[in-house]
Each structure stands twice: as structure tokens, then as C-alpha cells.
Design a protein. Structure first.
Length: 177
């Protein structure tokens, strides 16, 4: 049985609380989901705590997802109550998104940390570009057909699992395109 000294647990708790505060402030300021800020913040916390590099990114993604699952469910219900959910899109995206999460989770079990870094870089680049260009970056005025929407649902689930963010960050950018 692994016994962790109380002093190390205290430092871990303090570091994670500071990272959580930092995450909440930046997520609120920039209007992005907490995972987009939490994963890099946790990476630095785990680096400072000498977590081995070969598992550091996986721990960041897993920790972020553990926090995001309940907050995403709460967010969905709040948006639905305000009428800010398109049920047809949810119905089309949900099954392939779950498949994407399953595939991403299976990949996470065996993938090297560098895969997560690459996936996070692609995610951050895409969302940043969409935020920078804003409304001028548009692929159309209506949603694509059902096969394309299912594909976007799958990609949303896959990237969510690989980068430790909720699907909202990805799906909002895609849907506004």
C-alpha cells in the first residue's frame, strides 16, 4: 500500500486549489471552458510536484475530465431550461460523441503523453483561431447534413477525451462555423 506523507498531500492540495482558482478566473475572463485552462495549469502543478513526465499529461486530462463531467451536465440542464439547446442537434451528436469518448478513452490507456500534447495543441489552435476571427469565419448559414453532424459529434467526443475539455468548447466553435 502506498503511503503518502501528510506534508506532500498538503502541498498537493494547496497547489491544486491555487490552480483551480487560477483556472476559474481565466475561464471567466476569456469565456472558455475550464478545461482549456485547467489542463495547462495542472500540467505545471504536476511538473512542480515532480510527477513523472510519462504520465503527467494523462493525469491532467483525467483530472480535468473528472471535474468537467458533473459541471457539463449541470450546464446542459441550465441551458436547456433557458431554451438554448437544439434538441435535434443533441440527438444527432450524442451517440457518435459517446463513441468518440470511448475511442479517446481507449487511446488514452495506451497513448504516450505526446499524443495528448498534440491533441491539446490542435484544440487550442482551433478554438483560438475561431475566437480571433469571430463572426467572419463561417462555413455556411445552416447546419450541414446529418452525416456531417454525426461526424462532428464523433470528433467532439474524441477530442474531449483526448484533451480533457467538455464538448462545449469544441461544439460551440463548430456550430458557430
Amino acid at each position: 500500500m502506498l503511503i503518502v506523507p501528510p506534508s506532500e498531500l498538503l502541498w498537493l492540495a494547496i497547489a491544486i486549489l491555487v490552480a483551480g482558482l487560477f483556472t476559474g478566473i481565466l475561464a471567466g475572463l476569456f469565456g472558455v471552458g475550464g478545461g482549456a485552462v485547467m489542463v495547462p495549469a495542472l500540467y505545471e502543478v504536476f511538473r512542480l510536484l515532480d510527477v513523472p513526465a510519462d504520465v503527467r499529461m494523462q493525469l491532467c486530462v483525467g483530472t480535468s475530465l473528472a471535474i468537467i463531467v458533473p459541471t457539463t451536465a449541470r450546464s446542459y440542464f441550465a441551458h436547456r431550461a433557458m431554451g438554448a439547446v437544439i434538441p435535434e442537434v443533441v440527438g444527432l451528436w450524442a451517440p457518435p460523441a459517446v463513441l468518440g469518448v470511448i475511442l479517446g478513452s481507449l487511446m488514452a490507456a495506451w497513448a504516450p503523453g505526446d499524443l495528448f500534447k498534440i491533441a491539446f495543441g490542435i484544440f487550442a489552435g482551433f478554438v483560438s483561431a475561431k475566437m480571433l476571427v469571430g463572426r467572419t469565419w463561417s462555413l455556411g448559414v445552416s447546419l450541414p447534413g446529418r452525416p456531417a453532424q454525426r461526424f462532428f459529434g464523433f470528433l467532439t467526443g474524441l477530442f474531449s477525451a483526448l484533451v480533457g475539455v467538455s464538448g462545449g468548447s469544441i461544439s460551440n466553435a463548430v456550430l458557430t462555423l
